[in-house]
Ligand binder design. Sequence first.
Ligand SMILES: Cc1cc2nc3c(=O)[nH]c(=O)nc-3n(C[C@H](O)[C@H](O)[C@H](O)COP(=O)(O)OP(=O)(O)OC[C@H]3O[C@@H](n4cnc5c(N)ncnc54)[C@H](O)[C@@H]3O)c2cc1C
Ligand SMILES: NC(=O)c1ccc[n+]([C@@H]2O[C@H](COP(=O)([O-])OP(=O)(O)OC[C@H]3O[C@@H](n4cnc5c(N)ncnc54)[C@H](OP(=O)(O)O)[C@@H]3O)[C@@H](O)[C@H]2O)c1
Length: 272
Amino acid sequence: MNAPATAEQLAMSKAADAQQKPARWQRSTVLDVRHWTPEVRSLRITRPHGFRFTPGHYVRLGLEDATGEAVWRPFSMVSGRDEAELEFLTLVVPEGPFSERLRTVVTGSTMLVENFGLGFLTLDQLAAGTNLWLLASGSGIGPFISILRTPALCDGFARIILVHSVRHAAELAYADEIRQIAASPIIAGRLHYIPVVTREALPGALNARIPALLEQSLLQAHAGVDLELAHSRVMVCGNPDLTRDMRAYLAARGFQSSRRGVAGQMAFEKYW
Ligand SMILES: Cc1cc2nc3c(=O)[nH]c(=O)nc-3n(C[C@H](O)[C@H](O)[C@H](O)COP(=O)(O)OP(=O)(O)OC[C@H]3O[C@@H](n4cnc5c(N)ncnc54)[C@H](O)[C@@H]3O)c2cc1C
Ligand SMILES: NC(=O)c1ccc[n+]([C@@H]2O[C@H](COP(=O)([O-])OP(=O)(O)OC[C@H]3O[C@@H](n4cnc5c(N)ncnc54)[C@H](OP(=O)(O)O)[C@@H]3O)[C@@H](O)[C@H]2O)c1
């Protein structure tokens, strides 16, 4: 029988293991920071070697301090599946540990990126359907941009209704790009964009929270289609109170999340 390993031997074996295991993350360089508002920014970073994801996924990003200690948080990819770089939409929240570091990020900064994307806000979680409803609040628009930037994924849907609810008009990130995608021949009139601005009036935008707009059938009227079980598939992303209320709204109408490999009619990602 072998003699029990000493603490020193255990430490050496752990260090050897760590050297052999591939790192869980890689370093990326920030290529561009775009400010939509002082707090809402898009970051483009180098795509780590071999990084794979499905549009709708998130990945954990790390920001180190001067001692090399990292704070990690999940962020949804905005970039299309095959883009050469990765893009993220970020909100700086007051007194957030990651946000404090995010404030200092500029072109040339280093970010840590875990090796693969994760999550269930992907189209393969949904059964085939006719109308795809994408409902986002705040920075929750990000994964839907990734889906729209990979248009082949949307081929099966006759209509895509993208609703983005923000407090102020300036936070309607990607609005111009969404309109360009809507006008592109690939999407060919199938994308219907409905901006919602809740704390100021903006011509062309609706002005109440998403669940209230649905209860009043205002979103359905704007989209020109009903939101019902037979033909609709729904994804919701952002504020956890919105995802909770939408889950209840949809469940009451017979919608189900995917379960044990069986595709459903609704999928959610809550950001906090
Ligand atoms: C699966 C997943 C994906 C995410 N993807 C994104 C993303 O693409 N973009 C993004 O900006 N954030 C995203 N988040 C949130 C993000 O991971 C951090 O929570 C956020 O950056 C704040 O980190 P923090 O350490 O500064 O504050 P935290 O301590 O993490 O949060 C403090 C508080 O800030 C508020 N808050 C946190 N995130 C948000 C937000 N996005 N919008 C509004 N209020 C918020 C909440 O009230 C929260 O309690 C995601 C979270 C999850 C779980
Ligand atoms: N957005 C910014 O630029 C900014 C700047 C500084 C700090 N912050 C901080 O960031 C946090 C919130 O950021 P945010 O504005 O991106 O996210 P948010 O509070 O989730 O608001 C985004 C959108 O979601 C709506 N919403 C909120 N709760 C909802 C619910 N239960 N059901 C349906 N819709 C709902 C909001 O409507 P209502 O307007 O009706 O709430 C708004 O239209 C706060 O801590 C805030 O202080 C944000």
